[in-house]
Structures are given as structure tokens and as C-alpha cells.
Ligand binder design. Sequence first.
Ligand code: URA
Length: 230
Amino acid sequence: MRLDRFLSNLPRFSRKDVRFALVGKRIKVDGQTVSDPLHEVREFSRVECDDDVLQIGKPARYFMLNKPVGCVSATVDPQHPTVLDLLDEPDKHELHLAGRLDFNTTGLMLITNDGVWSRRLTQPQTKIAKIYYVETEQVITPDYVEKFAEGFYFAFEKLTTQPAQLTVLGPRSARLSIVEGRYHQIKRMFGHFDNKVLRLHRESMGPLHLDPDLAPGAYRPLDAAQILAI
Ligand code: URA
């Protein structure tokens, strides 16, 4: 919400008071004096007027988790353990997953209560690369590379996938970089060649790489540089 609207929603300020408080440099957001009425105030922002705290600002939380096989990337599931079940954190209902992985896919999951941050990671328009290690049933032949770069037509969504970069590592293994996260996207891409994905592991999302020290099922908070990198 805009700062001027945030302030004028409080009973103590009239619109005129808001203008005077901003021009008089009496308002601080996250410790910085702000006079721009359009400055964005979020649920995480601490807002002060002189020495009064108008909003404490709730803590923004960010975690990386190494998703194991056999767990659902949803917040609740009637049958199976979920990624959120692996977290020992308060107020888990406030957290959400920044992008999903299939039941048997492993690797990097990012979990947060900051919707703006997670949208930046997952929106196809931001073109953040997600890198996966893939193992398949059949041999991956060199002609795959061009097809992945060209895109696959997904009839259900009526779209062609964005160019993807496939690096063949061995007869049945590859590293794949995609910028979207369509439903079962990678399995469907390899499905075009009738080649079943046997193992899928997400290694990174943009600048965030799965910490090699995290065992399957383990998690840790992101550090400040990692949060700011998105
Ligand atoms: N593509 C898939 O097919 N599965 C995943 O879990 C992620 C990407």
C-alpha cells in the first residue's frame, strides 16, 4: 500500500496531517526517513512517526529445503507428508512454496511468507532459470538439444514452451535449464520423445543453489544476500 494511504487510514491522521508529516520528514520506514507519499508499505515494513511506532512490521521469512522423494509440495495433503510438515517453525500456515515439485522430484524448494518475492521467482516473465539434473529411461540423443531450444507445443495450455537449454551429460542423463514451471513440464518435454524421466532433481533457481550440506528433508533459513539476490 502507498505510504500516504497507509497513514491516512490511521485514525490519528487527517489527509492534511499526512502531507505535513511527510514534508516535515517525521515518517520513517524501516529506519529510513521517507517523504515520498508513493513509497510502498508492506506488512513487513516498520513504520514510525517521530518516536511512535505505527506498525511493527512482521518478520519476512525465507527458507531453502532439500525436498526428498515421496513428499507433496503442497501446504496440506490428506494422504502424504507435505513439504511444510518438514519444517519446525511457528505459524507455518503463513508460509507458502515458491514453485512446486512433483511427488518424486527432489531438490531445491524455497519457502516464504513474502508473496512479492516468491512471484518474482516463479513468474515466467521474469525468466529466472531453474536448473534440473535429469535421468531418463532411454538414451538422450543429440537431436533433443535443438528441440528443447525450439520449444514444445503444450496443447492443453495452447502454448509453446520458452527456449530451454539441455546439456547432455551421459547416455541417459542431462542438465536442463527452464524459465517456466508448467505442470509436469520436464516429464512432458521428455515425453515428446517417449522417454520416461526416472530421476529429477532441482539444483538451483536463479542465483539460489541448493546447499550441498542439506540432507534430503533438511532446511535452513536464507541469508540476507540470498534474499536480496531475487
Ligand atoms: N517438471 C516436472 O515434470 N516435474 C517437476 O517436479 C518439476 C518440473
